[in-house]
Each structure stands twice: as C-alpha cells, then as structure tokens.
Design a protein around this ligand. Sequence first.
Ligand code: GTP
Ligand code: MG
Length: 203
Amino acid sequence: MKSSNHIKSAEFKISSPKFDACPKTNESEFAFIGRSNVGKSSLINTLTSKKNLAKASSTPGKTQLINFFLINKEWYLVDLPGYGYARVGKEKKNVWNQMIQEYLLQRKQLKNVFLLVDCRHKPLENDLEFIEWLGLNGIPFSIVFTKSDKVSKNELQKNIALYKRILKKTWEELPPVFSTSSLKKEGYEEILDYIHLVLNINE
Ligand code: GTP
Ligand code: MG
C-alpha cells in the first residue's frame, strides 16, 4: 500500500444516539457495520493502529451508538451499531434499525459502507437481506470477511466463493471483497487503499 494511505491521526469526535444528532460536517464518511461480535471494533482499531479507539469487547451488543472518528483531519470513519443481536428486546432493535436506515439513506457524505461478515460462517439470512437492501437503495458497499486467521487459506477462499455464488444469483456486478485478520494485522491495508481511491475519485 502507498505509505501515504496509512492513518496518521484518528480522533474520536462524537457518539450519536440518533440520526438527528449526527454531526453537521461535510467530510466524506466511510461506515462499518455488521452483526454484533463480527470484529468491527477490532478492525477499526487495526485500521487506525490504535489499541482502544473503538471499544472491542467479548460482550456482544456493546456498541449501540453511531460513533464518529475523524481520520487524518480529512475523512470520518463511522462505527455503526451491530444488528442481528438477539438478546436485546424488539423495541430496542427497532430503534437501532431506524437509526441505521436513516443514516444510510440520508447521510449525503457517506461514500461507502463496509459490511463485515465472519469468514467462518455460511452467508446468514440477515446479512443477505441487508445486502439486498443496500443494493436496492443504491448505497455503495463492500464486503469484509473478518477473522481470517480462524480458517485455512483454502477454507477462506471456499467461503468467499460461496458468498459470491449466492450474490451472483441476484446481482450482475459483485461488490469489492476484502478479507482481514485483526489478530494478525492482515488485509487492512487493502481497505485503506480502497478508501483513498474513493476519496480521490470524489475530490
Ligand atoms: P460489538 O461491538 O459487540 O457489536 O462487536 P464487534 O463487532 O465490535 O466485535 P469486537 O471487535 O469487539 O470483537 C469480538 C470478539 O472477536 C473479540 O473477542 C475479539 O477479540 C475477537 N476478534 C475480533 N477480530 C478478530 C480477528 O481478526 N481474529 C480473531 N481470532 N479474533 C477476533
Ligand atoms: Mg464493537
């Protein structure tokens, strides 16, 4: 990766409990989303080379706010609440869903959504539904296969191929795909390169 694509500064700015409270900024935003426990906070820490920028924990459902991090004083990394967490009540889940949908549909500076999926699992119904929804609403997204250290290279390729096969049934064009390990610090540079590519296109 180009060394200039490395993250030089990352500052937590604000947590928003609802869409209306999102900061009134103009910088480009890149959002990260996925089921709880998929490794979102860990990936954000890996991308930014910070140990504790996003709180990584083994307790699912910890991140329930929209968190904004200003990167290189240039763009925002946005940590969206995990969906599909069964242990919260229905009412709370609907509040989350509404907040996420409003953000994704209305945030003009949103440039790309990185959807994280665990590379060990077969495509899950609510991830596929979410992909469908992103596609139908014309929201640009990429898929990030997390925890790649947990499977062999062979198995990883097999699981990614299965995902692509399923998406091909509905979509002519497949989204960009990344695979990462926050444990081994692998795969994150490709994501940063992609973000810079999109930033340059939008300049
Ligand atoms: P919520 O905030 O609860 O939605 O979870 P999250 O998606 O932010 O996940 P988090 O980063 O907190 O990671 C969940 C668990 O998976 C933690 O125990 C992490 O240590 C572990 N984990 C995350 N990424 C990796 C990885 O790349 N490899 C391995 N082996 N474990 C990981
Ligand atoms: Mg988290």
